[in-house]
Design a protein around this ligand. Structure first.
Ligand code: ADP
Ligand code: MG
Length: 420
C-alpha cells in the first residue's frame, strides 16, 4: 500500500515523499487506520519495522496546529530515543506548523520549560523527567492530550520504569486514546494494558520471528583471555561500514574503548554516565558516520535507528534473550542486511543453547564450534556454508529469563542505571 492512498494532509504527504517514504511497512499498514479512527491499540512488531512512523504519521494527521496545547504525549525509555523520535516527527510535520518537542533528563529544565510555555503540540518524554515536571512545576498541562503513546513498553519494564508509566497513565483521567508499542510482550505489560486500554486493537506481526530476517547471526568461540585479540583481528579483516560493540558494564566498555583506540582511529564510546552534551555529540557523530566503531553499553541498544550499522558485536555476551534481540536489532533494519557477531566463552555455552533454540537462530560459526549438545549436527555449520534449514522451528519455550537491570529508580532517567 502507498501513503498516497491514505488521504493524509497534503503537507504530510509531501514531507513523506521528501523523506523517501512511498510504501507503508507491514506494521504501518495495520496501525495507521485504527489510530486515525481513535481506537486504543497494542502493536507488537520486530525492531526496525517502522513503528515510529506507524505512530508518528497518524499523530501528526490528528493534531490541530491552531490549538496551542500538548495534544499527543509519547513516552520513550531513553534520551537518545526521545531525540530520534522527535526528529522523525519533525520530518513528518515539517510543513504542517505542528511543533514537536522532547524533554529528558540531563538537560536544563529551565530551557525545556521555556519551550513548553511557548508552543508544543507533540511532546516526547522520558518518564523520569516528565514526572519531575508534573511534580515540581506547573509547566506541563496534559489536559488536552488526546493520544498517549508508550513506545518500547518492554524496555520501559526492563529499565525499571514500569511504576513511572503506571503513574503517568493514571494521571491522564480525561477521555483519551492510548497506544502501546513493543517488540516483546511480558506479563507486566499485559497487566497495564488490561488496566489502561479500552478494547485495544491488537496487532502482532512476526510473532514467531524475533529478529529481522535480514540479520545473519555469527558466533565466535574464544577463550576469555584471547577475546580482545580476536576482536581486533575481526575488526581488521571483516568488511565493516559501522559497528556497535556491546559491553555489559561501563567499566568494561571503557577499558575496551581504550584498548581499541590503540589500534583504530575512529572509536566512540557511548554509555549512560556521560554528560548529556557529550552523549548527544557521540550519538550524532555516529549517526553521521563520522565514527566507525562505537563501544556501547546496553543504553545504545534500545530502539535506536542507526541505518549505517553493518555489524553488531557482542563482545560481552548479553544478559538474557531480549537483550540479544535488542542489541542485534540495531543492524539489518528495514530489510538491509546486517551481521551480528557474538563472542562466546565456555561460561556462556549453557545460555547460548537456549538463545539458539528460543530465538530460532541459525548460527554461522567462525573457527572452532563448541559442543552444545543439541540435536547432533543441528548447529554445526561452518562460516560461509548455510543450508537454510532451521531445526529449531518447534523448539521448547524460553528457559532463560532476561535479567532485570535495575529495580525502579527515583532519578530522572536512564543515565543513572549505574552500570550502563
Ligand atoms: P522500529 O521503531 O520499529 O524499531 P523505526 O521506526 O526506527 O523502527 O524505523 C526503522 C527505519 O525505517 C528508520 O530508518 C525509518 O526512517 C525507516 N522507515 C520507516 N518507515 C518507512 C517507510 N514507510 N519507508 C521507508 N523507510 C521507512
Ligand atoms: Mg522504535
Amino acid at each position: 500500500m502507498k501513503f498516497s492512498e491514505l488521504n493524509l494532509k497534503p503537507e504530510i504527504q509531501k514531507a513523506l515523499t521528501n523523506m523517501g517514504y512511498e510504501d507503508l511497512t507491514p506494521i504501518q499498514e495495520q496501525t495507521i487506520s485504527p489510530i486515525l479512527s481513535g481506537k486504543d491499540l497494542l502493536a507488537r512488531a520486530e525492531t526496525g519495522s517502522g513503528k515510529t512512523a506507524a505512530c508518528g504519521i497518524p499523530l501528526v494527521q490528528m493534531i490541530d496546529p491552531s490549538i496551542n496545547a500538548i495534544q499527543a504525549l509519547i513516552l520513550v525509555p531513553t534520551r537518545e530515543l526521545a531525540l530520534q523520535y522527535v526528529e522523525e516527527i519533525d520530518h513528518i510535520a515539517k510543513l504542517t506548523g505542528i511543533a514537536p518537542f522532547a524533554v529528558f533528563g540531563g538537560f536544563s529544565m529551565e530551557i525545556q520549560k521555556a519551550k513548553l510555555r511557548d508552543r508544543v503540540h507533540i511532546l516526547v518524554a522520558t518518564p523520569g523527567r516528565l514526572i519531575d515536571f508534573l511534580y515540581n512545576t506547573k509547566t506541563i498541562d496534559l489536559s488536552s492530550v488526546h493520544t498517549l503513546v508508550v513506545d518500547e513498553a518492554d524496555e520501559m519494564l526492563k529499565m525499571g520504569f514500569i511504576e513511572d508509566i503506571d503513574f503517568i497513565l493514571s494521571c491522564l483521567i480525561h477521555e483519551h486514546q492510548t497506544l502501546f508499542f513493543a517488540a516483546t510482550m511480558p506479563r507486566e505489560i499485559e497487566r497495564l494494558i488490561h488496566v489502561y486500554l479500552k478494547e485495544p486493537v491488537r496487532i502482532e506481526l512476526n510473532k514467531k520471528q524475533v529478529a529481522p530476517q535480514s540479520l545473519v547471526h555469527h558466533f565466535k568461540y574464544t577463550e576469555r583471555s584471547d577475546r580482545l585479540n580476536t576482536l581486533i583481528q575481526y575488526l581488521k579483516k571483516e568488511k565493516i561500514s559501522q559497528a556497535i560493540i556491546f559491553c555489559n558494564s561501563r567499566h568494561h566498555g571503557e577499558k575496551l574503548a581504550r584498548e581499541l583506540e590503540k589500534e583504530f582511529k575512529s572509536i566512540g564510546y557511548l554509555h549512560g554516565g556521560l554528560e548529556q552534551s557529550r552523549r548527544t555529540s557521540i550519538f550524532e557523530r555516529f549517526r553521521q558516520n563520522e565514527i566507525t566503531f562505537m563501544v556501547a553499553t546496553d543504553i545504545a541498544g534500545r530502539g535506536l535507528d542507526f541505518s549505517h550499522v553493518s555489524h553488531v558485536i557482542n563482545y560481552d555476551y548479553p544478559f538474557g534473550l531480549e537483550s540479544y534481540t535488542h542489541r542485534t536489532g540495531r543492524t539489518g533494519r528495514m530489510g538491509r542486511s546486517g551481521i551480528a557477531m557474538t563472542f562466546v566463552t565456555n561460561q556462556e555455552l549453557g545460555v547460548l543453547k537456549s538463545l539458539l533454540k528460543t530465538n530460532r537462530i541459525d548460527p554461522v560459526w567462525h573457527g572452532k564450534i563448541p559442543s552444545l549438545d543439541l540435536n547432533p549436527g543441528a548447529i554445526s555449520k561452518h562460516h560461509g556454508k548455510r543450508n537454510g534449514k532451521n531445526r529449531f522451528q518447534k523448539g521448547p519455550q524460553p528457559v532463560v529469563r532476561s535479567r532485570i537491570f535495575s529495580n525502579r529508580r527515583n532519578d530522572s532517567d536512564s543515565s543513572l542505571v549505574t552500570n550502563l
